[in-house]
Ligand binder design. Structure first.
Ligand SMILES: NC(=O)c1ccc[n+]([C@@H]2O[C@H](COP(=O)([O-])OP(=O)(O)OC[C@H]3O[C@@H](n4cnc5c(N)ncnc54)[C@H](OP(=O)(O)O)[C@@H]3O)[C@@H](O)[C@H]2O)c1
Length: 242
């Protein structure tokens, strides 16, 4: 059995390893390996695949740019999956559709992506997670000013990327069947505390206050999981101590 993971970032690599560990043949593809989902023939790249995992990303806070990218990516990948008879597995974010976070363009883009993915005709499973433990490093990289990292006020229940990749691996290989899975980590903390716990990320952690209702929503827990979300370890503290 064969899977293609589209997206060569941290998640694409972790998911590729999780699928290979379960005995499937897997290829991780992205622009770096010659597949641009916005330009190339994605169906040709999926020839012979039983499942395609969409782990593409483009960081932007612009609603127009985020929606443009995520909708185009998922339409191309889902339509190609439908054309070759492959299942489509999409990575998404717990709470991205909540009204109070739609002012953040990235989440509006992810919510639009989920809607577009459902319309391509491919058999779809959405695997949603909360922010990964690795998100502290991604954020510090995105909002770095010299040796300072700007960190927005945000309550989170972070989850280890390897644990999310394991869930995706089970969905791909058929151990888990369903149209949606949601996972979160066991510990509620803040993005600031996560960043401060990893001193290699930045010498100075500078709180960034997001104004208005959106900032309040992030601080007050709009991204925290609801009661039905599956909890998977390790906790952030356990992971950071490794
Ligand atoms: N970060 C989190 O905490 C978190 C939590 C839950 C869900 N997610 C979701 O998980 C997904 C993956 O996140 P990530 O952080 O691994 O992503 P990322 O690092 O932002 O980007 C993933 C990869 O997408 C590839 N890509 C971008 N444009 C492409 C294109 N036109 N064609 C083909 N590949 C393209 C890039 O590889 P190349 O440069 O080689 O093309 C990049 O390495 C995102 O949708 C994100 O929203 C993230």
């Amino acid at each position: 059995m064969r899977a293609v993971v589209v997206g060569g970032g941290a998640s694409g690599r972790a998911i590729g390893a999780a699928i290979a560990a379960r005995g499937w043949t897997v290829q991780v593809s992205s622009r770096r390996t010659g597949l641009d989902v916005l330009r190339d023939d994605v169906a040709a790249a999926l020839e012979g695949a039983d499942v395609v995992v969409e782990a593409t990303g483009r960081f932007t806070t612009s609603r127009r740019r985020a929606t443009g990218f995520f909708v185009r990516s998922t339409t191309a990948i889902g339509s190609a999956a439908a054309a070759v008879g492959a299942r489509h597995v999409l990575l998404s974010i717990v709470g991205c559709e909540r009204s109070e976070v739609q002012g953040y363009g990235y989440f509006a883009g992810k919510a639009a992506q989920e809607r577009a993915a459902a319309a391509t005709g491919a058999a779809l499973t959405v695997v949603r997670s909360t922010q990964w433990h690795e998100f502290a490093a991604q954020n510090a990289e995105r909002f770095r000013l010299g040796r300072m990292a700007l960190v927005p006020g945000m309550a989170v229940a972070p989850v280890a990327l390897d644990s999310v990749a394991g869930v995706v691996g089970e969905v791909v290989t058929g151990t888990r069947r369903g149209s949606r899975f949601e996972v979160a980590g066991p510990q509620v903390t803040t993005l600031r505390a996560m960043t401060e716990a990893l001193p290699a990320l930045a010498r100075h952690v500078v709180p960034m206050r997001i104004p208005g209702a959106l900032g309040r929503a992030f601080r007050d827990g709009a991204l925290l999981p609801g009661p039905d979300v599956e909890i998977v370890g390790p906790s952030f503290d356990e992971w950071a101590a490794l």
